[in-house]
Ligand binder design. Structure first.
Ligand code: ADP
Ligand code: ZN
Ligand code: ZN
Length: 818
């Protein structure tokens, strides 16, 4: 009988590829194991086995695989199913899901070199035939590549041979095989074996009496060993003895001390937490918890609507505790920017080492470690807290999924494919595992709230802040009036200015929100009106004063600020609009004694950039923190009494059907940072439009009113949640070709979908990185089958690609675009 496998390749291929394997391989290979396979003329890819079977492919001759990369599956059947769903629902390929789901180290094809071991004393007769062949080849050649070994022994799976050769100390690998994952090793010290007996030890100490520094180190080591059973790190010994590295090295050289390495997981939690009792809940939290359980009993996801600072996190903690007590895994999903040490620290206090963190700021090594810990159901990854990609981890006993800040748009992956919504994909994942799913937010999305209202989800709520803390008082300030009366100081109204002054006097902290980074989004010549544009994108360059640069926020292009207008030559350049940098500058003049800091993309690069600012603010080393929406997320600061929204209008005027919902959410979340302790917090919202419905709703905490009005509008204009939408983006460097192609496609869609096709239209930024963009929006009533519509779109795409000039136009599907 012939044996075959269907393989998922990490590239956008519509179909799986079939390869032929030997019977022995067929007996070993299981779905979820990786294989290296040839593709095209000369490429080798890491592929994932999807199915092992005996059916030769019809359309082509199956090639043989290159080699097997795993001894056990690294992806489980739950994942394969889930990924399949994601690919189908979000209109991308399985390969694209695979590619973004696994840590990139799993896809690397490193050039592993096989070398003869330098200390090899080889007993040739002890080698088996295939081992000998490799050994012999290495006599003639200083190194071999893996595929060369493969052809020497005439076998694809050469791992066993190599492993045996390594065990027999014949060969060395000059790199981990196939993947660049290297566990981190930590250096420890202990007393040399020579000195373990008391006699020797005494002699040693006498000896060392003439070398006081060295004897101090030895004594310090004793002391450390006496208080702790744990291995002793070199760094600890340095600290304890006060001796330099050189002294310790001298002792190691004399073999009095011995260094050794232990593999430590990089994402280790080093505190001694984990013993903190979970807090007992107050009556409102208890009520919410019992409603949550009711929903779970009915096998439904549950939405928890709890105002900011109502103690949602403590409710989550209870659920997590239940979950791990049952021996199951828990996943705590958060938007990337809400993943702070604050929250991680809080969870670690309760669950200690059981908490693992998984997100994009962690490097490949760290991600591989979490992956493996989840795969092998290690207790140290029993609770995973992570951003959207943690959905792809190899859970096999997933008991609970919490989706915190469920309303956050950043749960939707924008680019590249799969353009999935982590909240929705998490609900599907929960279904596969039969796990409990909880969505939490102070400002639920219209979708989720509707689902709760219609009984599709269970529902729980907490309307009060914990500890009877009052909701902050929100005041709207009319910027038009303030300007007319000449009361503005820079971008600060008189009200806001006075309130800041007051708060500073009381020693309280202040958060100021402006949803734009940089100094000013536009530089304009007051003589001729021209403003510098990005050469690659259709957008004005943002002025960053700190670096005296103009920057494009879409492609990263930057240039020095010119001295004079490049169109007319006059030196009359002025700025329009303002960003966080300008607010910070103004503060320095208005409140020279206050310590001001800025938190936006420009100040938080690097793994810990963000945390440093948060910690400094927490420790009250900063009085005023200016920032973008980064500072809205789940932060719990004790001493903030005032929050100022510099300009609410830019949020309201966003050209998007969700702008109003989002404005309400964002402002409510920022406002929620104020007054989280006894004193009532104050929020000042500056706007040219203070009577706007959304601002009124936000200032009176009228979520329900906002929900009803938005739902009504969405229904009128056929937007979600009553309809589904698929946004189709066309992309090409040639303007005319793009227009023609997009028109053709839209016409085709209209023929089959009648009135539910909008566009093609240019997005607000119609060219990015020299590619023109055009969007078509397909609206699908809930009564119509989405599957059918997607099939229709795919069919149209086939005809589209058959038209030669259109073929180079990229088509991007964004299902449930947010
Ligand atoms: P949310 O997640 O709803 O914004 P948090 O869970 O951060 O609210 O709670 C706000 C504050 O109240 C936190 O400092 C938290 O430690 C405290 N808190 C919440 N619930 C309790 C409780 N049951 N017992 C003691 N403190 C609590
Ligand atoms: Zn000019
Ligand atoms: Zn650009």
């Amino acid at each position: 009988m012939e044996y075959f496998i269907d393989v998922v390749l990490p590239i956008p291929l519509e179909k799986l590829f079939t390869y032929s394997i030997t019977q022995a391989e067929g007996e070993n290979l299981k779905p979820g194991m990786r294989v290296a396979v040839p593709f095209g003329k000369s490429k080798i890819y890491t592929g994932l086995v999807h199915r092992v079977h005996n059916e030769p492919p019809q359309a082509y001759e199956a090639k043989e695989i290159d080699r097997i990369l795993d001894e056990h599956p690294i992806v489980n059947p739950f994942q394969l199913k889930h990924w399949q769903w994601i690919a189908e629902y979000y209109m991308c390929t399985f390969g694209e899901v695979f590619r973004s789901a696994v840590p990139s180290a799993f896809l690397l094809e490193s050039e592993t070199l096989i070398l003869l071991s330098t200390e090899a004393v080889i007993e040739e007769s002890a080698l088996e035939d295939d081992e000998f062949l490799v050994f012999e080849a290495l006599q003639h050649q200083s190194s071999l590549k893996v595929h060369e070994v493969s052809s020497i022994v005439d076998r694809k799976n050469i791992l066993p041979v190599l492993n045996r050769l390594i065990e027999k100390n014949v060969i060395l690998l000059k790199e981990e095989i196939y993947e660049q994952y290297k566990p981190k090793l930590v250096k420890y010290v202990q007393l040399g074996k020579e000195y373990l007996s008391e006699e020797k030890l005494e002699a040693l100490l006498t000896d060392l009496s003439r070398a006081p520094k060295q004897s101090q180190v030895v004594l310090a080591l004793f002391q450390l060993q006496a208080v702790s059973q744990k291995p002793i790190k070199v760094t600890e010994l340095e600290q304890e003895s006060g001796a330099s590295k050189a002294v310790i090295k001298a002792l190691v050289d004399k073999q009095i001390l011995e260094e050794y390495y232990i593999r430590r997981d990089r994402v280790d939690y080093e505190g001694d937490g984990g013993d903190e009792e979970v807090k007992s809940l107050n009556e409102y939290q208890e009520k919410a918890l019992s409603d949550i359980h009711k929903g779970f009993e009915n096998k439904k996801p549950v939405l928890l609507h709890g105002v900011t600072s109502s103690g949602k996190t403590e409710v989550y903690v209870q659920l997590i505790e239940d979950c791990i007590n049952k021996g199951k895994q828990a996943l705590y999903l958060l938007p990337e920017i809400a993943l702070t040490t604050q929250l991680i620290g809080r969870l670690q206090e309760y669950f200690g080492e059981k908490v693992s963190v998984y997100h994009s700021k962690y490097n490949v090594q760290e991600r591989v470690e979490v992956w493996n810990n989840v795969l092998h159901q290690k207790s140290k990854a029993q609770v995973v807290i992570g951003a959207r990609s943690s959905l792809f981890l190899p859970f096999s006993k997933l008991g609970l999924i919490i989706i915190d800040e469920e309303h956050e748009g950043s749960f939707k992956q924008f680019d590249p494919a799969p353009r999935y919504h982590a909240r929705d994909a998490a609900i599907v994942l929960g279904n596969l595992h039969g796990s409990q799913v909880l969505l939490g937010s102070a400002t639920p999305s219209i979708e989720s709230y509707l689902n709760a209202k219609t009984g599709k989800y269970g529902f729980a709520e907490i309307k009060r802040r914990f500890g009877n803390v009052l909701m902050p008082e929100i005041e709207l300030v009319d910027l038009k009036e303030q300007s007319r009366k000449k009361l503005m100081k820079g971008h600060f109204s008189e009200r806001l200015f006075l309130k800041i002054e007051e708060a500073l006097k009381e020693g309280e902290q202040i958060i100021l929100f402006q949803n734009r980074r940089g100094y000013a989004p536009i530089v304009e010549c007051t003589t001729c009106g021209v403003s510098p544009q990005c050469p690659n994108c259709d957008v004005s360059l943002t002025y960053h004063q700190y670096k005296k640069q103009l920057r494009c926020h879409y492609c990263g292009y930057h240039t020095a600020l010119p001295e004079s207008c490049q169109a007319c030559g006059s030196p009359t350049l002025d700025t329009k609009g303002f960003g966080t940098e300008q607010v910070e500058k103004e503060l320095e003049t208005l409140f020279p004694d206050a310590k001001t800091w800025r938190m936006d993309l420009d100040t938080t690069r690097g793994k810990h950039g963000y945390e440093k600012i948060i910690t400094a603010f927490e420790q009250q080393e900063i009085d005023i923190l200016v920032g973008t929406q980064m500072l809205t997320k789940g932060l719990d600061f004790r001493n903030v009494s005032l929050v100022g929204i510099m300009n609410a209008d830019s949020l309201l005027n966003f050209p998007d059907y969700r702008a109003h919902e989002r404005c309400f959410q964002l402002l409510t979340q920022v406002a929620g940072r104020a007054g989280r302790t006894q004193k009532r917090g104050k929020v000042i919202v500056q706007s040219y439009n203070p009577y706007h419905q959304i601002l009124t709703q936000m200032s009176t905490n009228d979520y329900e009113g906002m929900f009803k009005e938005q739902l009504y509008e969405r229904e009128q204009y056929k937007y979600p949640p009553k309809n589904r939408i698929i946004k189709i983006t066309f992309k090409h460097k040639d303007y005319n070709r793009l227009n023609e192609a997009a028109e053709w496609f839209a016409k085709g869609l209209r023929n089959s979908l009648a009135g539910n096709v909008l566009g093609p239209e240019y997005p607000p930024v119609a060219r990015i990185r020299n590619q023109y963009l055009k969007n078509v929006l397909v609206k699908i009533p809930k009564s119509t089958s989405v599957g059918g519509v997607k099939k229709g779109i795919r069919r149209l795409e086939k005809s589209f690609n058959a038209i030669a000039p259109y073929r180079s136009v990229r088509i991007i599907y964004n299902v449930d675009h947010v």
